[in-house]
Design a protein around this ligand. Sequence first.
Ligand code: ZN
Length: 233
Amino acid sequence: MQIKIILYCPDCQSAKIKKNGKKSYKKQNFLCKNCGRQFIGDHALSYKGCLSSLNRKILKMLVRGIGIRDIADIEQISINKVLSALVHSTHKIKPKQQHYDKLEVDEFWTYVGKKKNKVWLIYAYHRATGEIVGYVWGKRNYKTAKKLRDKLKSMSISYDAVYTDKWDSFIAVFQQDNHIIGKENTKGIEGNNCRLRHRIRRAFRKTCCFSKKLFNHFKAFDLAFFYINYGFI
Ligand SMILES: [Zn+2]
């Protein structure tokens, strides 16, 4: 019996593969003629952490509310492998429009390391398209709120009206804009806050999962925002 396996390059997905000698541990080595990547086929791997489709799967699980340790256990891989997939992800959102009719802005509480170490997310959301337009991190103060407005300006985004709750800093920051205050108008972003708490394990309430590193914390949110904006979740 002969079984035929078609190999693709794990990096560039090219099918132009040639044999390239044996590894010291006797496994067949392959070389991608397109990008020069050397690899062993998925069928011959002993450690599942090297499966070429795994990274995508890990990222998807991370934005589906599954914790780092759970993923490591389900996939039979190391915790470091899961963290490395997160740390090396390079997802950043870009605004899809230059002009928005209504933007909702709100703050979102998270913490890193311990509950006292608060890290606030302030972000702008477009309810009609469900898009996260821009976000900044910092303390819950005027400076961070202003950072968001400055960021929107620096991306040359304009808007007809901005909706927030009646927090003093929002009132001060958006006073030159058409600023509308009231809970009624921020239902969209409140709903999105709920989605973030469901999707990002480290943002769950009353859980023992939390971020230890600020860098990984930011990465987890970058990833979730990208997946939300581009319809993956
Ligand atoms: Zn390749």
